[in-house]
Design a protein around this ligand. Structure first.
Ligand code: CP
Ligand code: NVA
Length: 320
């Protein structure tokens, strides 16, 4: 009888995870975008593409979600596979089962796993004990799948993002950290403006010191001449106790039409959603002509299908 230890199994599988944006190279993103374009075109033409028949995705949610759950679940089904939703509220994870044990068990039953949780350390421990690829569906620190969709969207609408300026206004949260990682890989500049006390932590982001970001005290200065203006909720999931304090601290950090008018006239506005009109963004901006938030949301589906395909099947010959 042949016995393969977990270590040997991982060695032979050349296992890849997607936990941070910096886990993939520029070349891998170019490949993913090409696949996403093809997958999107086939989907829009109602042509069946089922490379993942009999494959299963497990999705573990420790926090709420609309877009992430739907795009992964629908995406897996559209690729011919199946997705299973697991909430920590009603699994043994919520009753204290060690994350390492859960990873060992779940990864013996499915082909790929997506995890949305609080601390990044949790998903790292999960991945270290998984026999199958693990995808970060958002942690307190990072949201790589969202920026994958966002940069695909920018490229689709405006072309190459290299050399452009992206203004981040608001909280130095998981979205901001991930944008900063992307700036180094795609060679664009981030202008970051956060209120006092909510500064970015370059150590957390793991930047290589390549000078792809500048900090601004005044958000108007940060958006000046920007090609893309983006923001996110003032209070991320898990920080709800700080909501009232943050409403005060972030009051001057609403992306409104006056702020957008300081950006380039053809600048686009992005928001990962869900949005709070009248807080981090005004209604006339998010519902206005420069907003691309609905394309951004839809592209989560197409880019994540390309990501799952890549993690499970590797590089395929580009078709059509
Ligand atoms: N943008 C995003 O990840 O949305 P959900 O929280 O709805 O998944
Ligand atoms: N920064 C937000 C993103 C939600 C998709 C949060 O973590 O709640």
């Amino acid at each position: 009888m042949i016995f393969i230890s977990d270590q040997l199994f991982l060695y032979f599988m050349q296992l890849r995870h997607y936990l941070q944006f910096s886990d993939f190279s520029r070349e891998e993103y170019a490949y993913l975008f090409e696949r996403a374009r093809w997958i999107k075109r086939e989907f829009k033409a109602y042509r069946r593409y089922w490379p993942l028949t009999d494959r299963t995705l497990a999705m573990i949610f420790d926090k709420s979600s609309t877009r992430t759950r739907l795009s992964f679940e629908a995406g897996m089904s559209q690729l011919g596979g199946a997705a299973i939703y697991l909430s920590t509220r009603d699994t043994q994870l919520g009753r204290g089962e060690p994350v390492e044990d859960a990873a060992r068990v779940i990864s013996r039953m499915v082909d790929i796993i997506m995890v949305r949780t609080h601390k990044h350390d949790t998903i790292q421990r999960f991945a270290e004990n998984s026999r199958v690829p693990v995808i970060n569906g958002l942690t307190d620190e990072y949201h790589p799948c969202q920026i994958l969709g966002d940069i695909f969207t920018y490229t689709e609408i405006k072309g190459n993002i290299a050399g452009k300026t992206v203004a981040w206004i608001g909280d130095a949260n998981n979205m901001c950290s991930t944008w900063l990682q992307a700036a180094e890989i795609f060679d664009f500049t981030m202008h970051v403006s956060t209120p006092p006390g909510y500064d970015i932590d370059p150590g957390l982001i793991g930047l290589n010191g390549s000078n792809h970001f500048k900090k601004f005290t005044n958000p108007m200065d940060a958006v000046n001449g920007a090609d893309l203006v983006t923001t996110d909720v003032w209070t991320s999931m898990g920080f709800e106790d700080e909501t009232e304090q943050r409403k005060n601290d972030f009051a001057a950090f609403c992306v409104d039409s006056e702020m957008m008018s300081a950006a380039k006239s053809d600048a686009v506005f992005m928001h990962c959603l869900p949005a709070h009109r009248g807080e981090e963004v005004s209604a006339d901006v998010i519902d206005g002509p420069q907003s691309v938030v609905w394309d951004e949301a839809e592209n989560r589906l197409h880019t994540q299908k390309a990501l799952i395909e890549y993690l499970l099947l590797g590089k395929l010959t580009i078709q059509g």
